[in-house]
Design a protein around this ligand. Structure first.
Ligand code: PFF
Ligand code: NA
Length: 438
């Protein structure tokens, strides 16, 4: 049986952008920014995207395209059968299962808000509504709906399911965010939100650097889908020679743009409605846009449905990229049929989602701590693999299909991913661990 490949030239980049752009941008980024000093966080985060995120994406692409395998098979085969590297790949697969568990809960919140836009459920008190629906049995029910949609698409396979779902999402989400931002700036008080988000606060950065660093690293990993094996797996379906440096840069730019747009929407909204930025927590996006829609009457309902549904589409193209990892592992390495693998994994994720949906502290353990620990650890391992196991082979894989600029950056890239980036990542993991324990 020949392995599936992306059907069109743009198939890979569409799917990778689809994986990157999701709840991480629209939901988690405003939350993390709000809790970590606003503009200071933004600045640090942008530096990490450029210095760690893009080289990290490239590392994943190189592993995936060279091996044409899932993360476990990739690390094992490229290392000449090392069990240790295989086990590390399995850790990445497990990380992805944990991630998709809490992601499903947040996806469920978006399903719920889509429905509540129709009925006007949050119109009476948008500030309190989030707190009344975020955890509990109904939240789990909505999460299951989201999970079912994810599983159906994953079952459909790479080309039919994933490639198509993404084509609509990007333009829709950008147009929508820009329209809402334009409206927000007609409201008094919105400029203060802009200041909070954009005016550089170097004093805060200096005094809180070590506190916000792990959060910025975790957010960068999460939003780019690196450190989990997703990008390895997607690149493993690359049939033709694309320029990996070009694709990695494109993905990072588009993904960052959507995050920044979400920030440009959420913070001006929160300030203009007099809502406390810090207290929003994981509800920041919901409370802010629900407040906006609730002032617009019937039009607000229509707007709400479309907005939450568009974000749901983006969320699905990300959640399928997570569920695909354990499914590809079971199919490739354990001889499962695709149907059985999808069914088994959906069951496991449903259990994880139940645990996250029923308890707020478990939820934040998944949504925050795990991201800040497991994803940077995963990426550090992949990059050590690229630098020390693949070495020169990584460079030739990197160079295949790359343009002159990309090629020129190849050697510095290999050096960078082999030593400084893993050290930096492990440093943030350890400092995060110490601050959690201490
Ligand atoms: N990057 C996705 C987002 O920003 O919503 C989340 C994600 C997808 C993380 C896939 C990890 C992953 F493997
Ligand atoms: Na993202």
């Amino acid at each position: 049986m020949t392995r599936e490949t992306w059907k069109t030239q743009v198939g890979f980049i569409l799917a990778a952008v689809g994986s990157a752009v999701g709840l991480g941008n629209v939901w988690r980024f405003p939350w993390m920014t709000a809790n970590n000093g606003g503009s200071a966080f933004l600045l640090l985060y942008l530096c990490i995207i450029v210095l760690v995120g893009v080289p990290g994406l490239l590392g994943a692409f190189v592993i995936g395209r060279r091996s044409k395998r899932n993360p476990v098979g990739a690390l094992r085969s490229l290392s000449g059968g090392s069990r240790l590297w295989g086990a590390f790949g399995l850790l990445a697969v497990c990380t992805t299962v944990l991630l998709v568990s809490f992601y499903t809960v947040v996806g469920g919140w978006f399903v719920r808000y889509t429905a509540a836009s129709i009925t006007g459920g949050y119109f009476a008190d948008p500030g309190a509504y989030f707190g009344s629906v975020n955890y509990g049995l109904p939240a789990f029910g909505f999460a299951l709906l989201f999970l079912a949609a994810t599983a159906v698409i994953v079952y459909g396979g790479v080309e039919r399911g994933i490639e198509r779902a993404t084509k609509l999402m990007m333009p829709a989400i950008v147009v929508f965010l820009i329209a809402l931002i334009a409206w927000t700036f007609t409201r008094p008080g919105s400029m203060d939100g802009l200041t909070f988000f954009l005016s550089p606060d170097l004093a805060y950065l200096r005094t809180h650097f070590l506190d916000i660093l792990p959060a910025a690293v975790g957010q960068a990993m999460f939003t780019l889908s690196v450190g989990t094996g997703t990008m390895i797996t997607y690149a493993s379906y690359l049939g033709e020679e694309r320029s990996l440096p070009f694709d990695a840069t494109t993905i990072a730019v588009l993904n960052t743009a959507v995050g920044v747009l979400a920030g440009l929407l959420v913070f001006p909204l929160l300030f203009s409605f007099g809502l406390d930025v810090g207290s929003g927590g994981p509800g920041a996006i919901f409370v802010s846009v629900a407040s906006a829609f609730s002032t617009l009457g019937l039009f607000g309902r229509v707007l709400g449905v479309v907005f939450f549904a568009v974000v749901l589409l983006a969320a699905l193209s990300s959640s399928i990229s997570m569920l695909e990892i354990p499914v590809a592992y079971l199919v490739d390495e354990r001889d499962f049929s695709r149907g059985r693998a999808t069914g088994v994994m959906a069951g496991v994720v449903a259990v994880g989602a139940a645990v996250c949906a029923l308890d707020a502290s478990v939820f934040s353990l998944f949504a925050d701590t795990l991201v800040n620990l497991l994803m940077p650890t995963g990426l550090a391992g992949f990059l050590l693999f690229v630098g020390w196991v693949l070495g020169k082979n990584a460079l030739s894989e990197y160079e295949a299909g790359a343009g002159p600029l990309g090629r020129a950056l190849g050697s510095p890239w290999l050096l960078f991913v082999g030593v400084p980036i893993p050290i930096f990542l492990l440093f943030t993991v350890i400092s995060r661990l110490l601050s959690t324990l201490g």
